[in-house]
Design a binder for this molecule. Structure first.
Ligand SMILES: *[C@@H]1O[C@H](CO)[C@@H](O)[C@H](O)[C@H]1NC(C)=O
Length: 216
């Protein structure tokens, strides 16, 4: 009887363990030119036209430009647009480069857990669980850290030189919601009184944060 309940529990849990849906074919090389079909993922090219080039990219071999945003961070990912062979496989890899003093602000990937490997540098990382408990660590070259699916997390460059990490996520489209931008720089804007009350600040402070983050 106990075995039955354990088996039932396992069966019930299985769907919640998986991330992206499983594939029905060996691969589905993305047809990046197609825009008339709207589906979950990208449509596939005819599999007889697939070649090894669809399954490789050098995009993570070079450092990203960290001067393009106020946070000093650059994210380069192996999305299906640059690595068509990743389509439907339920995984993605990214390279994140950090300038000196950079902060990757609190953000969440609603569809994936994330594991990072420090290529170079010293970083402070952390995530907050749904009871608002912070799990934070200082990590360095060669270390690994894992951020559980959907939880809010951040990374700060603690070193005196640029830093880089390689990240792997268990969705081809993890999604990225950056908390300061989603709240203060959404389009259209969240009403100021909502933000003022939510963050316990005044209207002028709302306008200042909006302006600093490039919101309207
Ligand atoms: C896929 O490619 C093969 C080989 O060129 C061809 O025989 C087949 O008709 C193609 N399928 C479709 C749906 O175009």
């Amino acid at each position: 009887m106990a075995y039955f309940w354990v088996s039932l529990l396992v069966v019930l849990l299985v769907p919640t363990i998986s991330a992206d849906p499983d594939t029905l074919q060996d691969f589905c090389v993305a047809d990046t030119s197609s825009s008339t079909i709207f589906m979950n993922g990208l449509p596939c090219i005819n599999s007889s036209e697939a070649s090894v080039e669809h399954f490789t990219t050098s995009i993570l071999s070079t450092q990203g430009n960290t001067t393009g945003n106020p946070f000093g961070v650059s994210v380069t990912s192996t999305r299906a647009g640059v690595l068509p062979g990743i389509n439907t496989l339920g995984i993605i890899m990214a390279r994140v480069d950090f300038a000196v003093g950079a902060v990757l602000p609190p953000h969440t990937h609603p569809r994936a857990s994330e594991i990072i490997f420090v290529l170079e540098g010293k970083l402070r990382v952390g995530f907050v669980d749904t009871t608002n408990k912070l799990f934070s660590a200082d990590i360095k070259t060669g270390d690994v850290f894992v951020f559980p699916k959907a939880l809010i997390h951040f990374v700060e460059n603690m070193g005196n030189s640029p830093a880089s990490v390689i990240a792997a996520l268990n969705s081809q489209a993890p999604g990225n919601s950056v908390i300061p931008l989603a709240t203060f720089a959404s389009n259209p804007a969240i009403p100021s009184n909502v933000l003022a009350k939510s963050f316990q600040i005044n209207d002028l402070e709302v306008q200042t944060i909006r302006k600093n983050l490039g919101g309207s």
